[in-house]
Design a protein around this ligand. Structure first.
Ligand code: DUC
Ligand code: ZN
Ligand code: ZN
Ligand code: ZN
Length: 488
């Protein structure tokens, strides 16, 4: 079939420039971007005059259909992606989780779960243990399965957490494969100790989550991961940077020339921990995630870091549980399933908080919500760009229209929303996914199975120069100087 689409008269925005132009799409691919494109009457025309035409958002960090803390996220690949599309996100990268430590079994399970996809998606793979089998499976992931990033949990002692020795082995393997190492950076041993302390003190409510793992533990783990990645000389991606402590470690590392990427998530940028003390359990519990949402001040500092390039792209950690599931922790915060929504809200909240407020430009908005993610995970310019040959994943944003967030109108299956009542400026009026208009006039038209798996290749731009640095180091070791002599 041939779907032909013309987006007329909008301001086309890419990560480094914008221009008034038309965008012509055929069969899911952008064919031309230039002013005054003439077409026949078999073409659907969308008027974008006075609006921004931008690459669809790419969310680098989601957990759909995730079995976690004794329950399952309420959003699966269909409902989570439908929500994403309604909010202007056209691709996400989810974390595939091993089954009993097996990467292949884990990926197989996620391949099944993602069959109902209605937008394009990719996978990171988590590493939860280390042995020869895992090492071999990492090779298969990179060389045959289209995965180019691996996440290591330094938190969740007793389940997902791995120790420093394994972290080093994993980093070395990532480097040899050209895959990007990612970390959830919290000191899991200390957070565990913090939880024991809370229980001793009789603190069992949602605030116990934040009190048991304060910013210093995030800063410590972030610094440790950065230093170990530097020791191995491989790039590092720090997921969900929630605190000034972690952000400052990333800033210092980048200034010293290390290849470290920092990903703030929307909740960390725009929320603060005040809700965690709400006397109503569910009101407070819906904000429980790890790392915890911090005291006011951290979010503002993260926004500033994003605007200055210290942090590079925005994710969500979308990991939704409804009130009934959150209530599993009514007597003990340690049993509250960790996670908040965001996949549908990210594009609007970053626009409202960063662009509407004047902190970043419209081109920077495209960079932090789409293009940088595509570059880091090596799918640019197929994704993250409005240009001939790229996938037709496109949004039309009206800067003069407004949005309002509510669980009553959102598309996630969750019965709550951590951004409930937020009103802001700048609305995604149209979402085009793979050349099809899926969101228009507040109506969603999505079909399970229409989303494609996007394979990601190793050795993204982050690996440029890494081999050279190693060669220099190794050649410096070739003629060792004997510093000590046996004395007689
Ligand atoms: N943190 C969360 O809040 N949810 C999913 C996993 C994680 O690290
Ligand atoms: Zn066709
Ligand atoms: Zn995490
Ligand atoms: Zn996560």
């Amino acid at each position: 079939s041939s779907t032909k689409l013309l987006i007329k008269g909008g301001t086309v925005v890419n990560a480094h420039e914008m221009e008034v132009a038309d965008v012509y799409v055929e069969d899911g691919i952008i064919v031309a971007v230039r002013p005054n494109i003439k077409v026949g009457d078999d073409v659907t025309v969308l008027d974008a005059t006075g609006k921004f035409v931008m690459p669809g958002g790419i969310d680098p960090h989601t957990h759909l259909d995730f079995e976690f803390m004794g329950t399952q996220t309420i959003d699966d690949f269909f409902s989570g992606q439908a929500a994403a599309l309604a909010g202007g996100t056209t691709m996400h990268i989810d974390f595939a989780i091993p089954v009993n430590g097996s990467l292949l079994s884990g990926l197989e399970a996620y391949e099944k779960k993602s069959k109902k996809s209605c937008m394009d998606y990719g996978f990171h793979m988590a590493i939860t243990k280390w042995d020869e089998v895992v090492s071999k499976e990492m090779e298969i992931m990179v060389n045959e399965k289209g995965i180019n990033s691996f996440k290591f949990f330094m938190h969740y002692k007793g389940s997902l957490m791995i120790n420093d020795e394994l972290l080093l082995q994993g980093f070395k393997k990532c480097k040899s494969l050209g895959a990007l190492a990612m970390v959830h950076a919290e000191n899991g041993d200390a957070a565990y100790e913090g939880q024991r302390r809370m229980i001793e003190l009789g603190i069992t409510g949602p605030e116990g989550n934040a009190l048991s793992s304060p910013p210093v533990l995030e800063g410590e783990a972030t610094a440790r991961a950065i230093k170990l990645a530097g020791f191995v000389n491989t790039p590092l991606y720090v997921v969900h940077v929630m605190s000034i402590d972690a952000m400052e470690e990333i800033s210092r590392a980048r200034k010293s020339g290390l290849k470290v990427i920092g990903e703030p998530v929307v909740s960390g940028l725009v929320l603060n921990d005040s809700w965690l003390w709400d006397p109503d359990f569910i009101t407070a519990a819906k904000y429980v995630m790890s790392p915890p949402i911090r005291a006011a001040g951290h979010g503002k500092a993260l926004q500033a870091a994003l605007s200055m390039g210290t942090l590079q792209l925005v994710g969500t950690d979308h990991c939704t549980f409804n009130s009934t599931q959150k209530a599993l922790g009514i007597d003990d915060f340690q049993k509250i399933p960790n996670g908040v929504n965001g996949i549908e809200e990210r594009m609007h909240l970053v626009w409202d908080t960063m662009v509407e407020s004047g902190q970043i430009s419209v081109t920077d908005y495209v960079r932090v919500t789409s293009t940088e993610c595509a570059r880091i995970f090596n799918i640019y310019p197929r994704k993250g760009a409005i240009r001939a040959g790229s996938d037709a994943d496109i949004i039309i944003l009206n800067p003069n229209s407004s949005f309002e967030i509510s669980a009553k109108s959102h598309h996630s299956r969750s019965d709550t929303n951590v951004y409930e009542g937020w009103r802001g400026k700048g609305k995604v009026e149209v979402t085009i996914s793979g050349g099809r208009v899926v969101w228009l006039n507040d109506e969603l038209k999505v079909f399970p199975g229409s989303g494609k798996y996007v394979e990601m290749r190793p050795f993204s731009y982050l690996f440029n120069g890494i081999g050279k640095a190693d060669a220099k180091y190794l050649s410096s070791l070739k003629a060792p100087v004997k510093r000590f002599r046996a004395t007689t």
